[in-house]
Design a protein around this ligand. Structure first.
Ligand code: ATP
Length: 238
């Protein structure tokens, strides 16, 4: 299924940070195109700009130059308030750390996301149904510190998809898990992505996780600092 409205496109992206030692070129990327409903894994050496790219796709930051478009919305042109609103309603994010709120139960952590996305009608029913589907219902009243690392990360996936986002962005979601738990988390993520027809962009260092996506994109090192002029920038990463 390729629903309209949730394609991810980036063009001519450059991210630079001024630092006391000179300008850091964090990312240089000519073109990225992900179809609506597609899953893509982004791989590449440490420091090549994978997290920076994900932050731009999420609308957490704007590029120094270039554009990011989600569906029909050029999010890189939105002012901060509009970007935050767009992100809350349309994006689901998963990080290496689960970032669950420690004083809230599993169902409260997941339910909170619905409220934030302002789609709170029948929140309890929606949360319950999702936890059932993901095999997490028995854990719904537990606090995060009463869960294993793998369980916490599956709850983080539930929280990322409960509001049926157009796009799921995941930054090393299995990075702190053993292979068996990593497998369960990626299963949960890809099952959920397909169930809601979302687009998935996943950053990982793990080839076996990357292979679960429809397509793998290798991002090459694109860093050039004034302090290290011998470092070579390699654009045209995709
Ligand atoms: N706020 C910042 N100020 C200066 N440099 C930054 C900033 N944020 C990131 N960088 C630099 O930009 C480059 C890209 O960082 P990024 O975190 O995107 O890489 P990555 O590919 O995700 O790395 P890793 O695989 O190690 O997580 C790095 O060299 C990093 O040091």
């Amino acid at each position: 299924m390729k629903p309209a409205g949730n394609s991810v496109t980036a063009r001519d992206l450059v991210v630079e940070y001024p630092t006391p030692r000179g300008t850091v070129h964090a990312l240089s990327l000519d073109r990225l195109e992900v179809d609506g409903g597609e899953s893509v894994a982004i791989m590449g050496p440490s420091g090549c700009g994978k997290s920076t790219l994900l932050g731009l796709l999420a609308g957490l930051a704007r590029p120094t130059t270039g554009t990011v478009t989600i569906g029909a919305t050029v999010i890189s042109s939105l002012q901060e308030k509009a970007r935050i609103r767009f992100r809350r309603q349309n994006m689901g994010m998963v990080y290496q750390a689960d970032n669950l709120l420690p004083h809230l139960s599993v169902e409260e952590n997941v339910g909170l996301q619905l409220g934030i996305a302002r789609r709170a009608a029948d929140a309890d029913g929606e949360v319950e149904a999702l936890l059932q589907r993901l095999g997490l219902a028995a854990l719904r009243t537990r606090l995060p510190d009463q869960l294993s690392g793998g369980q916490r990360q599956r709850v983080a996936v539930a929280r990322a998809v409960i509001h049926r986002p157009a796009v799921i962005l995941a930054d090393e979601p299995t990075g702190s898990l053993d292979p068996a738990n990593a497998e369960r988390v990626i299963d949960t993520m890809i099952d959920s992505q397909r169930a809601i027809g979302a687009t998935l962009v996943l950053v990982t260092h793990d080839p076996s996780i990357a292979r679960r996506a429809d397509r793998i994109i290798e991002l090459e090192r694109a860093i050039l600092t004034a302090a290290a002029p011998d470092a070579v920038a390699v654009p045209d990463a995709v």
